[in-house]
Design a protein around this ligand. Structure first.
Ligand SMILES: Nc1ncnc2c1ncn2[C@@H]1O[C@H](COP(=O)(O)OP(=O)(O)OP(=O)(O)O)[C@@H](O)[C@H]1O
Length: 308
């Protein structure tokens, strides 16, 4: 049967996980389309790991369901590649042995896997290290090996839990480039609290807090709606009377002399009204920029502190 182009690929339906009395994830519903690269963003303790474990089928949901191509996740495990937050390997195994082992767990035959193991080691930049014992690997190398084990069986849906957070800038760069490559041929969801990294490679963002989905948007839609309705004004001196006035038209964030305005009810004349107000209130400004609200600013406005 041929599927409609935009038929849902993965569907999370009111996923809920309770540990004792604590709801780690609550009524989380999400439809993932093929080709999405989703950044799952949330403060510590928001429930990201718990959610991804349920989506990958390694943690039983207390309530709700996950389906892939309309079938229960239990029947679709072969389509999934999963990188846990803290991948563990036996130090005494070589990288080749690790990948061969995981490939066999996914149903591959040892002899048939040999070429694939070498191919994947090349993909993750470990071609020269295949015969080395994992115990001698750096954190970045282990993370790349973790990604290699997640993609050894050519999964269509790749789930990565905090793949970059623990790495130094060089390791992060390598892993980000790697995820950029993986998303060319697979649907990807990965959790992070480094917004800049997610912004670089994701086309879609899901923001969660206290187990619940706060926002879910495609970056292109978000930039259209937010960036045209945001203004950044650097003042020589912040004029409080003007701030009081613009608060009727905008959410106002003041940091030192920088004022960020986000339209309360955007319309075409909003920017013009703000600019007129600058003249009306004799605000001395040194710089005005339109449309540069960063995802990080937005996230901080939305989420604020930690969930722990
Ligand atoms: N096995 C467990 N038993 C009891 N509580 C748990 C368990 N696993 C997670 N929790 C709790 O569920 C909540 C969500 O945890 P989770 O690890 O999913 O959050 P997270 O967003 O991944 O956090 P971080 O960014 O710190 O990894 C936390 O309050 C956590 O303490």
């Amino acid at each position: 049967m041929t599927q409609a182009y935009n038929a849902p690929f993965v569907e999370l339906e009111r996923l809920t996980k309770t540990f004792g009395t604590r709801k780690a994830v609550e009524d989380f519903t999400l439809t993932i389309q093929r080709g999405d690269c989703i950044g799952l963003i949330g403060p510590n303790g928001a429930g990201k790991t718990t959610l991804l474990k349920m989506v990958s089928g390694i943690l039983q949901a207390s309530r709700g369901s996950v389906s892939i191509n309309g079938k229960k996740i239990e029947q679709q495990r072969a389509l999934i590649g999963y990188l846990p937050q803290y991948p563990q390997f036996h130090d005494w195994m070589t990288a080749e042995e690790v990948l061969s082992f995981y490939g066999q767990l996914s149903g591959g035959k040892k002899t048939a896997l040999q070429a694939r193991v070498l191919e994947v080691l090349g993909t993750v930049g470990l071609a020269e290290s295949g015969k080395r014992k994992v115990g001698g690997f750096s954190g970045g190398m282990k993370q790349r090996l973790g990604i290699a084990q997640a993609i050894i069986h050519r999964p269509e849906f790749v789930i990565l839990d905090e793949p970059v957070s623990a790495l130094d800038p060089i390791g992060r760069r390598e892993v980000l480039d790697l995820i950029g490559g993986i998303k060319q041929s697979a649907t990807v969801i990965f959790s992070t609290h480094i917004l800049g990294d997610a912004q670089e490679i994701c086309n879609r963002f899901c923001i969660m807090r206290m187990g619940q989905k706060l926002e879910d948007f495609y970056y292109s839609d978000w930039t259209k709606s937010k960036q045209t309705n945001a203004l950044f004004i650097e003042c020589r001196l912040v004029n409080q009377a003007w701030i009081n006035h613009v608060q009727k038209m905008a959410r106002v964030y003041v940091r030192d002399n920088a004022v960020q305005l986000e339209a309360l009810e955007p319309d075409e004349a909003w920017v013009r009204r703000i600019l007129s107000s600058l003249l009306e209130y004799n605000v001395e400004f040194s710089k005005i920029e339109a449309g540069k609200l960063s995802l990080e600013d937005y996230f901080i406005q939305l989420v604020g502190g930690k969930d722990e």
